[in-house]
Design a protein around this ligand. Structure first.
Ligand SMILES: [Zn+2]
Length: 164
């Protein structure tokens, strides 16, 4: 059911390894959670948890049906991954925003830290502290973040190429 490696990664993140296995073995029919467990050989708790997470992410639906004989309500579930690329795009846009905010912060600020890495302290604050760490009293030294900036820039370019 799931071939694309990026989609597999996204789902695994969402529902875990056992949830992904369940999704990969599940048919596209409307079934009760017990039937899905039977059909996929997955544990019923895994099935329920996975369906719930998928539902929360608009990747599964359910329909209630009243059993004619017993009068009980049954929930018929259906895994529906048709919205998954939209979800992944939304996630990617959020991640891009977060990385951009971080990138801007790193590019615009000069940070200081002590040898024990108690805290990252902006230049103005570090100068208020006379360049002494307020936690451990070691001296505060300039922290070179140029490598971090390059990593962030690379990650952003990669994401933008893939999702914009
Ligand atoms: Zn310190």
């Amino acid at each position: 059911m799931v071939r694309d490696a990026a989609i597999q990664g996204y789902l695994k993140n969402l529902v875990g390894e056992d949830g992904l296995e369940m999704i990969e073995r599940a048919s596209i029919d409307e079934l009760t959670d017990e039937k899905i467990a039977e059909e996929t050989g997955s544990n019923l708790n895994t099935v329920r948890r996975t369906l719930y997470i998928l539902y929360e992410n608009r990747l599964a639906n359910y329909r209630r049906e009243r059993d004619k004989d017993s009068g009980w309500l049954t929930y018929l579930w259906q895994v529906d991954l048709s919205d998954i690329s939209r979800n992944m795009d939304e996630e990617a846009q959020k991640l891009i925003k977060r990385l951009e905010t971080r990138f801007d912060f790193e590019a615009q600020n000069v940070c200081y830290t002590c040898e024990n890495s108690c805290n990252r302290i902006l230049f103005e604050k570090a100068s208020d502290y006379d360049f002494i760490c307020p936690v451990c009293q070691a001296s505060l030294d300039f922290q070179d973040n140029s490598l971090l900036i390059e990593v962030l820039r690379g990650k952003l370019e990669e994401l933008k190429r893939a999702f914009e």
